[in-house]
Design a binder for this molecule. Structure first.
Ligand code: ADP
Length: 190
């Protein structure tokens, strides 16, 4: 089972992914978390990631695709996966479809959050105060929203136009309430 959790920055992907992981026995794979771990380790990828992420830009497709491919091909990694933060461009979506097809797999479902942009910006500015993430400055947030609209939103159309189940979820509300909507959506879809 391969699921994607998808939405604009601040839509609650990471928070809800942890809940979905526990309830539906999927392993949560977040490219943002992977990159932040590289930054913390001070690796070559981490140095590049630090610069790009703090500006709110996207990492190069080929680099991210290689990282995800390496993980999905690892025999120790479960084939029950919830991807968070990937794919973020049409190129990445095509690459994911191809790498899964080679193993006889496909994306089974997409959970897609709808949250108005003013709510997103408010949440990210609040998170800046609480967590101090390097990419939660006002400038980086503006750039991340731009990248989302310009490059990432197309990923949802890619899956809407294929046979993949897309479960659209209203992401405004309490964490439990939003999770309940996801659970209902996944159960209704079988
Ligand atoms: P958010 O969804 O809140 O923006 P993430 O933790 O998913 O946060 O990602 C943080 C940053 O990591 C992105 O703004 C981008 O710079 C980088 N990143 C994560 N995933 C990808 C990806 N698939 N392609 C390119 N860049 C990525």
């Amino acid at each position: 089972m391969i699921g994607l959790i998808f939405g604009p920055p601040g839509s609650g992907k990471g928070t809800q992914a942890a809940r979905v992981e526990a309830e539906f026995k999927l392993s949560h794979l977040s490219t943002g978390d992977i990159l932040r771990a590289e930054v913390a380790r001070g690796s070559e990828i981490g140095k590049e990631a630090e610069r790009i992420m703090s500006a709110g830009d996207l990492m190069p497709d080929d680099l991210i695709i290689r990282i995800v491919q390496g993980i999905l091909r690892d025999p120790d990694v479960s084939s029950e996966v919830l991807l968070d933060g990937f794919p973020r461009t049409s190129e990445q979506a095509k690459a994911l479809d191809e790498m899964l097809a080679q193993e006889g797999h496909k994306v089974d479902f997409v959970i897609a959050f709808n949250v108005p942009e003013d709510v997103l910006v408010e949440r990210l500015l609040h998170r800046a105060e609480v967590e101090g993430r390097a990419d939660d400055t006002r400038e980086a947030i503006t750039e991340r929203m731009h990248e989302y609209r310009a490059l990432t939103a197309a990923v949802l159309d890619h899956y809407r136009n294929s046979s993949v189940r897309v479960i659209e979820v209203d992401g405004v509300g309490e964490i439990d309430e939003v999770f309940e909507r996801i659970r209902e959506g996944l159960q209704a879809a079988g």
